[in-house]
Design a protein around this ligand. Structure first.
Ligand code: FEO
Length: 385
């Protein structure tokens, strides 16, 4: 696949991965993207996951067609991209590895015993490398997603090689909506680092970008404003769409019943979107994604060991560690002798910024009472205000 005049896609699709980065379910697989820029000097942009060494080296060799690469640019050291650095320098012993100081330190730690000798080119933030027609400028993007990350701008073809930025779950041989799986990817993987993404967007806004070449997901060539707007919303923790997420954990079905009643009341009142998650059974990353997508969240759980049910604890951790903020939260607790979950859940958000709590909290003692039904009505009323 060709991108512009001299840039070739040499990435791979992974349909074997069980959990991406050890935790994310990827029903449509994953792509690890890599690119070759054919110019007077030839640059290869990043490698791919360890399982695809042979396929990737084959893709690169096809494009090189006997030519020798001059540079391997390493934008990110996470092994889904960097696992084949040593294989590459063995295959092409004359290649120079281009990276920043932090990247080279990580490289030494990942590839103990690999000696690049003088085949290292250390680049600084804003520094350029001329390949011939193409001039690559490196822009450091720390914490998007690791501290060593840099993106690369090719001013000739106006291409931004954006590392993990603008990536998504899903292999490239599966057609699917970008927003949904890009959002789940972004919130899950980079969600904590909104301010750093904002900084990168600011730097990118000074560049004339016509193509975005990420390390995962499709190459973006049209309507770039759409993707940039999504990144701006996500990284500034703004509400993307109106709606209510109800996330629950229930053991014998009584808490679940309260959630079903609330969801029905919200729908009857014309709530634009009600998104319900059983935290023990549904995809955790989707439940996290939707909490960041919509403006209102209801958490419903049983009391467990004078605390909250483990799945709810994990869920709240996922939210708070990603700097969940600017949202409205309502609480439903259940407990057969000493309900305590609402207090525990509220305390979990102590450090979260700009959280508005609903006036109504629903306290269930084992099963729904008449009073609970009224409370759920009030809660629905507040959520729909
Ligand atoms: Fe796709 Fe942070 O590696």
């Amino acid at each position: 696949m060709k991108v512009g005049n001299d840039i070739y896609y040499v990435g791979v699709n992974d349909h074997q991965v069980d959990l991406f980065e050890g935790q994310y379910d990827v029903p449509n697989g994953m792509s690890y993207n890599s690119y070759v820029i054919m110019d007077e000097k030839i640059a290869v942009m990043d490698t791919v996951d360890a399982h695809f060494a042979e396929e990737w080296l084959g893709n690169v060799a096809n494009v090189l067609n006997g030519a020798k690469p001059d540079y391997l640019v390493v934008q990110h050291m996470e092994p889904d991209h960097a696992a084949n650095i040593e294989n590459f320098v063995k295959a092409y012993p004359e290649v120079t590895v281009v990276a920043n100081t932090k990247t080279f330190t990580m490289m030494e730690n990942f590839f103990r015993g690999m000696d690049l000798g003088d085949r290292k080119l250390v680049v600084a933030n804003g520094e350029s490398l001329t390949l011939g027609k193409h001039v690559l400028t490196f822009v450091f993007a720390p914490m998007v997603h690791w501290p060593e990350v840099m993106v690369t701008y090719d001013s000739t073809d106006k291409v931004l090689f954006s590392a993990d930025g603008f990536g998504k779950f899903g292999a490239l041989d599966v057609e699917e909506d970008w927003d949904c799986e890009a959002r789940r990817y972004y919130i899950g993987i980079v969600g904590k680092y909104g301010p750093q993404v904002q900084k990168l967007l600011k730097a990118a806004s000074t560049l004339d970008i016509q193509t975005i070449c990420p390390l995962h997901g499709p190459i973006l060539t049209e309507n770039l404003g759409h993707y940039i707007e999504k990144y701006d919303i996500w990284s500034s923790y703004k509400v993307e769409d109106e709606g209510v997420v109800i996330a629950y954990s229930s053991v014998y079905g009584n808490t679940k019943k309260a959630v079903e009643v609330l969801a029905q009341k919200l729908e009857e009142k014309g709530c634009p979107k009600v998104s319900v998650f059983d935290l023990a059974r549904d995809d955790m990353a989707e439940a996290v994604e939707d909490a960041f997508r919509y403006g209102k969240l209801v958490l419903a759980t049983i009391t467990y060991n004078a605390d909250i049910f483990p799945f709810m604890k994990t869920y709240i951790d996922h939210l708070t560690e990603r700097n969940y903020q600017n949202r409205t939260i309502g609480l439903i607790e259940n407990g057969s002798w000493a309900p305590n979950a609402a207090k525990v859940m509220k305390a979990e958000f102590e450090k979260s910024k700009n959280i508005t709590w609903l006036d109504t909290t629903v306290k269930i003692m084992s099963s729904l009472s008449e009073e609970n039904m009224e409370q759920l009505d009030q809660m629905a009323e507040e959520l729909c205000k």
